[in-house]
Ligand binder design. Structure first.
Ligand code: GDP
Ligand code: MG
Length: 164
């Protein structure tokens, strides 16, 4: 069995964009609105000869905010249970969000390796302060990336394959 690397995070942080860039395909639906990833997606990929299965965990993200939280928690829970490594994606442009804290809390309880990906850092020099806040979530591995512009994805994958 190949190790499983699951991408988790609140809606709209760029999980599906990142997934597509990493598997070299446009299978996951990307949209400005939360709630458009309809299925869990699994794709085999590799980095430096290490093969793993990448999972996009959009699932059913209801547009109704009352249900949003419980759904995200549910998905994070499923993803965390099946994953060997978790890519926890946050929006570096949007800043730290209470939902990020909720997910971080769930992840910490699992004792699985987490790589915190501070996404949408399209210009690192201009956005260093945006990245800094996320150290407060308390994860050992933090990488600033831009999924859309493929910035720092190699560094991120180096960290990931070290942990699988
Ligand atoms: P998901 O809901 O977490 O799967 O997020 P999506 O991949 O659907 O992306 C949500 C929005 O964020 C879309 O408008 C993307 O184009 C945008 N986005 C994703 N990655 C980046 C990035 O690295 N930089 C910027 N500036 N925008 C991004
Ligand atoms: Mg998505």
């Amino acid at each position: 069995m190949k190790p499983i690397v699951a991408i988790v995070g609140r809606p709209n942080v760029g999980k599906s964009t990142l997934f597509n860039k990493l598997v070299g395909d446009r299978v996951a639906i990307v949209d400005d609105q939360p709630g458009v990833t309809r299925d869990r997606l699994y794709r085999e990929t590799e980095w430096n000869g290490k093969e793993f299965v990448l999972v996009d965990t959009g699932g059913l993200e209801p547009r109704n905010n009352d249900f949003m939280m419980s759904k995200i928690k549910q998905q994070a829970e499923v993803a965390m249970n099946e994953a060997d490594v978790i890519l926890f994606v946050v929006d570096g442009k949007g800043g730290l969000n209470p939902l990020d804290e909720e997910i971080a809390y769930l992840l910490r309880k699992k004792n699985k390796p987490v790589v915190l990906c501070v996404n949408k850092i399209d210009n690192f020099l201009a956005q260093q302060d945006d990245v800094y806040d996320f150290w407060g979530l308390g994860f050992e591995h933090l990488v600033a990336i831009s999924g859309e512009h493929k910035v720092n994805l190699g560094d991120m994958l180096d960290v990931v394959v070290d942990l699988v």
